[in-house]
Design a protein around this ligand. Structure first.
Ligand code: UT7
Length: 331
């Protein structure tokens, strides 16, 4: 019997309607469209405005899009994983609520958090369950409402982040398609450079911490940038080498969308032409866990069965990695 591999068999996505453009940001902080576009590649980002709607709102919409497109009976889903750095609330699983709302009533569900690498690491988790034969249908969602912890007075972060969600279905494959290899890493020494300090278990919010505004996300942009460029390029290059792949073999680079210059540097390191680099940062900014599935959502019609993809991401923690993947269907 042929080995079971874990393939993606459907994709869905959702971004909120509200557009926050560079022009509007110019009226909020000391910045300008030219600077943001040339330094990050971002033109606009989407924001979920309605009070009381959290990350699950985005996750549910993306999952429903996938379910409708695929004609999937949600009762057949075994497991729902919501990859997110911005869960709806503490103690209550965002994934449990999402699963129930989309009708996945026979599934169990949980959240997976590894900052901007959440979805990449989730691909590894979902694939391991499928390859083991334990589960047959896994809904893997990447969703983040970053606007919930952005300080719209901090130009180092508010220009970058946006809200959104993407979803994929993992199923067993007997043609050897799907996840081929993974190289995943973390280094806790990086956490001081990218974090929302207050509001977690180390420093719960109280009157004093609230005034300091450290419940918002903070980053030392330069240090994060340097580490992202070095590490995404490094693992992607290693991934090609150890699988005897050249740039000609690769159909697409699916890279975390944090800054266009980071993505370009990664593509350059593996000598990949820019026509093979998925890019949607200009319209969504950095949507954290949602960037990789939103790329698949936007590029689905261009993907062909057998296409060789290199996924890569970098995020807070630090966390990063690369996955070599073969696409399983023509849409
Ligand atoms: O997903 C993982 C999380 N995040 C990332 O991967 C983001 C990584 N970092 C970045 O993308 C970049 O570091 C930023 C976009 C955040 C900043 O870009 P940079 O090229 O590293 O800028 P910088 O911090 O070195 O600042 C360069 C100049 C400074 O002015 P001076 O000192 O040269 O006069 C800044 O004050 O640009 C200024 N500056 C801005 N100007 C206009 C910094 N932010 C802005 C801004 N608008 N928003």
């Amino acid at each position: 019997m042929s080995k079971i591999t874990a393939a993606i068999t459907a994709v869905g996505g959702y971004v909120p309607d509200f557009v926050l453009s560079n022009k509007v940001l110019e009226t909020m902080v000391d910045t300008n469209d030219e600077w943001i576009t040339s330094r990050t590649g971002i033109k606009e980002r989407r924001i979920l405005k309605e009070e009381g709607q959290g990350t699950s709102f985005l996750a549910i919409k993306a999952a429903q899009d996938l379910i409708n497109k695929k004609g999937l009976d949600p009762k057949q889903i075994d497991l729902v994983i919501v990859c997110t750095a911005t869960p709806d609330m503490k103690a209550a699983s965002t994934a449990a609520y999402t699963a129930t709302q989309v009708g996945a009533i026979n599934a169990f569900s949980y959240d997976l958090e590894a900052a901007c690498s959440s979805f990449l690491f989730g691909m590894s988790t979902a694939s391991a369950y499928i390859e083991s034969g334990r589960y047959k249908k896994i809904l893997l969602i990447g969703a983040d409402k970053n606007s919930s912890f952005i300080n719209y007075k901090d130009r180092a972060t508010c220009i970058i982040f946006g809200d959104g969600a993407g979803a994929v279905l993992f199923e067993p494959n007997e043609e050897g398609l799907g996840l081929q290899d993974e190289l995943l890493r973390s280094n806790g020494e990086g956490r001081e450079f990218l974090q929302a300090t207050y509001g977690g278990s180390s420093y719960p919010i109280n009157e004093n911490t609230f005034k300091e505004e450290k419940h918002y996300i903070f980053q030392d942009g330069k240090t994060v940038f340097k580490n992202a460029v070095f590490n995404m390029a490094d693992v992607s290059e290693k991934m090609l080498k150890r699988n005897n792949l050249t740039n000609d073999d690769i159909a697409w680079l699916v890279a975390h969308q944090a800054n266009k210059r980071i993505i370009d540097a990664t593509a350059n390191r593996i000598n990949l032409d820019k026509s093979k680099v998925m890019m949607n940062i200009e319209k969504y900014g950095n949507t954290t866990s949602a960037t990789l599935p939103l790329l698949l959502f936007d590029y689905e019609s261009k993907l062909k069965k057998g296409d060789k993809l290199i996924f890569t991401a970098f995020g807070g923690g630090f966390t990063w990695g690369s996955i070599y993947f073969k696409w399983a269907y023509n849409s």
